[in-house]
Write a protein that binds this ligand. Structure first.
Ligand code: CAA
Length: 391
């Protein structure tokens, strides 16, 4: 595996870094305070080709691959994690429509996602009673002449009130399957924002990611044509799992970006702040914190790039994506906490960005599969490896 990005990957990374520095970083603290949704910034990301980084050019994407996507997302996250989560979910939705959609779905929806016309994409899997246990979801898609009628409630939907294109999971088995077979009864549908019968609820008041909206969605007999279904009836769970495998590389990249921003803030502050007549960085206790943070960040970065590389080269990557997401999100939490500690009392205030980094990083251990679910995915594949060796 190449450890150094190619020229094209560097170009995408630099494009993202410049946009982050010139546009996002300056207003990130204000966005955190006011909770403004980054609609204009998402359109600008689209103009830069960053809403479909791993999407073929024929559907409006940049076709630059997964490693470039990971590098770009980390740059955006380092400046403003709120913007990066909308970018991550939009890329994920564009990719799954590319992977599982019909030609017409790709032409219609992927192009709208990549061009910014759709503003954002949303991924509507979770429900009030179905989070980690995704296969148990209860939204129903009932067959009616010409299509389906969707009825049910979704929860925690990133950009759900802004997205022009929403992928929605629902049961097409009439809810009859027993627990063991319930994943086979799910199908996925592409639903346009604003479809009659679809309403978004009040945005959640969250600890962090204040510029990203997270809403419940309600489907009240929402009619969609048969052509809205992605792939075949019953393929929904596998589509969700494949999407989440890729999405976890996105969240790991976001964690690398936020962790790096926190480490740099700690480094700069430790050089500038003096106590006992010397900069904090001259104290071994502080230098050790920076050393541990830098080592963990490097491990997170390499795990993430490795998972991205495996996906890009068409190899199995589910376990490595879970490892990257697990490790990077937990490392980012530790690095942000360390950075706040280095800042002392100032770190606990809005005068410095480290308290925002800490709040923004916390959800990375929860969304797109909790740390506990990542461990479950990793453990299952380790156990399977051992039984494969034994047989
Ligand atoms: N790729 C392809 N197929 C897969 C797969 C994968 N990664 N993982 C499982 N499958 C297949 C299995 O092979 C199995 O197929 P068969 O029935 O043909 O054998 C089928 O799917 C069922 O698999 P499991 O028995 O493993 O299913 P499970 O019910 O035990 O669940 C789970 C597995 C990993 C716990 C899964 O439910 C899961 O990932 N849960 C977490 C959900 C999650 O991450 N939610 C995030 C919400 S989205 C979000 O947060 C976005 C945002 O806004 C930021």
């Amino acid at each position: 595996m190449q450890c150094e990005p190619s020229e094209e990957q560097r170009l995408i990374e630099t494009t993202a870094r410049q946009f982050a520095a010139e546009v996002l970083r300056k207003v990130a603290a204000e966005r955190d305070l006011n909770g403004t949704f980054p609609e204009r910034e998402l359109r600008q990301l689209a103009e830069l080709g960053l809403l479909g980084v791993n999407v073929p050019e024929q559907y409006g994407g940049s076709q630059a691959g997964v490693v470039a996507y990971s590098l770009a997302l980390a740059e955006i996250a380092a400046a403003d994690a709120s913007v990066s989560v909308a970018m991550a979910v939009t890329n994920m939705v564009a990719e799954i429509i590319c992977a599982f959609g019909s030609e017409q779905q790709k032409q219609t929806y992927v192009t709208r996602l990549c061009s910014g016309e759709a503003v954002a994409g949303a991924f509507a899997l979770s429900e009030p009673q179905s989070g980690s246990d995704a296969a148990s979801l209860q939204t129903v898609a009932e067959r009616v002449p010409g299509g389906y009628r969707l009825t049910g409630n979704k929860q925690w939907i990133t950009s759900g009130d802004r997205a022009g294109v929403i992928v929605v999971w629902a049961r097409t088995d009439g809810g009859k399957a027993d627990r063991r077979n319930q994943s086979a009864g799910l199908s996925a549908f592409v639903v346009e924002g604003g479809t009659p019968g679809l309403t978004a609820g009040r945005p959640e008041h969250k600890l962090g990611l204040k510029g990203s909206t997270t809403v419940p969605l309600s489907f009240d007999g929402c009619l969609v044509p048969e052509s809205a279904r992605l792939s075949r009836e019953g393929d929904g769970f596998k589509i969700a799992m494949v999407a989440l495998d890729g999405g976890r590389i996105g969240i790991a990249s976001q964690a690398v970006g936020v962790g790096r921003a926190a480490l740099m803030a700690a480094r700069d502050y430790s050089k500038e702040r003096k106590q006992f007549g010397q900069p904090l960085s001259d104290f071994q206790a502080i230098a050790n914190m920076l050393a541990d943070g830098a080592t963990q960040l490097e491990a997170a970065r390499l795990l993430t790039l490795r998972a991205a590389y495996l996906k890009e080269s068409g190899q199995g990557y589910s376990q490595k994506a879970a490892m990257a997401k697990l490790y990077a999100s937990e490392a980012a939490g530790r690095i942000c906490d360390m950075a706040l500690q280095v800042h002392g009392g100032y770190g606990y205030t809005r005068e410095y960005p480290v308290e925002r980094y800490l709040r923004d990083a916390r959800v990375q251990r929860i969304y797109e599969g909790t740390s506990e679910i990542q461990r479950l995915v990793i453990a299952r594949s380790v156990l399977k490896e051992f039984s494969d060796h034994a047989s």
